[in-house]
Design a binder for this molecule. Sequence first.
Ligand code: AQP
Length: 333
Amino acid sequence: MKRILSGMQPTSQLHLGNYLGALKNWVNFQEDKEAERLYCVVDLHAITQPYEPETLAKATREIAAAYMAAGIDPKKSTIFVQSHVPQHSQLMWLLSTMAQMGKLERMTQFKDKAGKNAERAGLGLFAYPVLMAADILIYKATHVPVGEDQKQHLELARDLASTFNTRYGVDLFPQPEPVIAGPAPRVMSLRDGSKKMSKSDESDMSRINLIDDADTIAKKIKKAKTDPEALPDNLKALDGRPEALNLITLYAALADQSKESVLTQFAGKQFSEFKPAFIDLAVTRLSPITARMNELLSDPAQIDASLREGGEKARDIAAPVLQETMKIMGFMP
Ligand code: AQP
């Protein structure tokens, strides 16, 4: 059986990168009759970097609302909060005894987030990929739809699954497959085409948030970095033009078109002509999501009830897997 699992951190509002790199792909699985779907808000991951305790619960609810507004139906998929299922952290500890420090040190997300202060970074940030492996393995998930930046973490989860199976001579955990198939698996910052669009970028102008209104979207696209050249008629000619490539990729993903056909449409045009069309498209595609999110957030009790129900379903799957894991490891029943 196919079991799909993915999650996002309530570190801030979701942006176009989260949506086109992962969330839109989750929606594509919605009608897959062969699959069971679990989508969590990974709040335990969100505290691995400095955060405001007073905003964590609100941010968690907002991410859940974004999932639902983007098209994840809680009747068809289990939507829940990571910290409501204690088995994630319990399995993480068990797996951490098998995770090699050397492999964790090679994780680029840790290097990027810890920066020059690696010595002072918290253990949680370092161990983040082990918790992510536990998030996946506690459900014996088979498919994990994520953006390209999570590929390395997925490799570690696969590695830990096989290390566990080999060490204990069992076939407990399946190898989770990364599904990096969103229409734009790596969306770049609007201010710098060499940096990924990120919630934690200090400049809000670097990203389009799902909650942004039409005027804000227009302002951000107008200010998006470009170059002085006109748009070419082929993709190869965008080599070395990362900002231009990013905008074309975003347009294509939002329009459900290929990048080639977008270039055919805009070949020879300047960004001054491309940007207004891009603004219209982005507003048309995102405004129904924003409106639905605002509508859902006007009734937080309803979101909380859905999340509680989702948490119960998730615990029903996770509890026996943890029990089985501990039995294999020889713990006293
Ligand atoms: N720029 C991106 N392009 C494509 N996909 C992306 N994702 C994130 N950024 C991009 C995908 O979104 C999902 C959720 O990510 P996350 O909340 O776990 O955090 P992240 O990957 O670290 O994303 P951010 O926005 O950069 O958050 P912060 O700044 O809080 O760390 C994942 O599937 C990810 O691949």
